[in-house]
Design a protein around this ligand. Structure first.
Ligand code: SF4
Length: 357
């Protein structure tokens, strides 16, 4: 997909996660995590397919026990996305997951001993599995918390660096890093600091971001601020609830920063006393009709003809409302009058014809 921003990305080394490049000049990818019981193959595969349909590009599942590890081969067989196994505490599960064929594992080295990490690294090397070192504010090693006087950005970075050292001692560099916190300024600071110190690709995310509105705000601020500074190679928005809801937020962040031209960008005015059409109703219907669309299009839905066309001059297609009718404009130029009752079918027809151009 086309990238169209003027943001200069910090150069990171490129890794290959099950066929999806991350880092370097690779597009910034969108990932998510299932919330099904991983040992329930059917439910997990169904959710992964739904996420893929929504635009997810890399998927992670929690591997909490032997049953979950045993389900991995069947899950991998039935999905198209590269799979990451998320493992805490139990290094044997990490080894089993790699043997089952996952493209990557995510471990939190803070909760696995160094000797056991070495065993994990050996298997990852043999199988060319990517490892994400996932440092998390909620589970930072006690010694780091004591040394830095709390869960600070410096403490998170020190923990990440200490762990990288161990991987490098073993000659392993097929890494990506995350330093997540639910505190947005700490998260931003941590990634900025680590980006100065290493060139491993960075997975950005605000952890425990909350339900939809809070998650969208925190992620847009945390992930967006970093991306705008050229930091970050892959992103995950965390939402309490259905993970499918994360994907439009993630793409909204990338689209708003003009990093990836993907999906429908709907520009709509807040309405004011000049609006004489049911604009919220129109926006809801068009949004619904375009759910799941991958191809980029900018649709402007404006309340009136006074400011509407001017405010949305660069849209591919749009409508500016009048009284019981609207002026449709294409590529910023007004070209036909449409009755309000026909807004939705005519817009969808025009979008279809633009797609075929
Ligand atoms: Fe008001 Fe028209 Fe602007 Fe919408 S486009 S906010 S209706 S002036």
């Amino acid at each position: 997909m086309e990238e169209f921003s003027k943001i200069v990305r910090k150069k990171t080394r490129k890794i290959n996660l099950g066929g999806v490049p991350i880092g370097g000049d690779a597009p910034i990818t969108v990932q998510s995590m299932t919330n099904t019981n991983t040992s329930d193959v059917q439910a997990t595969v169904a959710q992964i397919r739904e996420l893929e349909e929504a635009g997810c590009e890399i998927i992670r599942v929690a591997v909490t026990d032997q049953e979950a590890a045993a389900a991995l081969p069947e899950i991998i067989k039935r999905i198209n996305l590269p799979l990451i196994a998320d493992i805490h505490f139990n290094h044997q599960l990490a080894i089993d997951a790699m043997k089952a064929g996952v493209a990557a594992i995510r471990i939190n080295p803070g909760n696995i001993s160094r000797d056991k990490i070495r065993e994990v690294i050996q298997v990852a090397k043999e199988r060319e599995v990517v490892i994400r070192i996932g440092v998390n504010a909620g589970s930072l090693q006690k010694d780091m918390v004591l040394e830095y006087g709390g869960v600070t950005a410096e403490a998170l970075v020190a923990s990440a660096l200490k762990n990288i050292e161990l991987f490098e001692e073993e000659g392993f560099q097929n890494l990506k890093l995350s330093l997540k916190s639910s505190d947005v300024p700490v998260m931003i600071e941590s990634y900025k600091l680590i980006a100065e110190k290493t060139d491993y690709p960075l997975h950005l995310g605000v952890t425990e971001a909350g339900t939809l509105v809070d998650a969208a705000i925190k992620s847009a601020l945390g992930i967006g601020t970093l991306l705008y500074q050229g930091i970050g190679d892959t992103i995950r928005v965390s939402v309490t609830g259905n993970p499918v809801l994360e994907i439009p937020i993630a793409y909204g962040i990338l689209r708003s920063l003009k990093i990836r031209k993907v999906g429908p960008e709907i520009v709509s005015c807040p309405t004011c006393g000049r609006c004489q059409i049911d604009l919220p109703g129109l926006v809801a219907k068009i949004e619904k009709a375009l759910v799941g669309r991958k191809k980029y299009i900018k649709v402007a839905l404006m309340g009136c003809v006074v400011n509407g066309p001017g405010e949305a001059a660069d849209a591919d297609i749009g409508i500016a409302g009048g009284k019981g009718f609207g002026m449709m404009f294409k590529k910023g130029v007004a070209y036909k009058r449409v009755d309000e009752k026909d807004f939705v079918p005519v817009l969808l027809e025009e979008i279809k014809s633009l797609d075929n151009e």
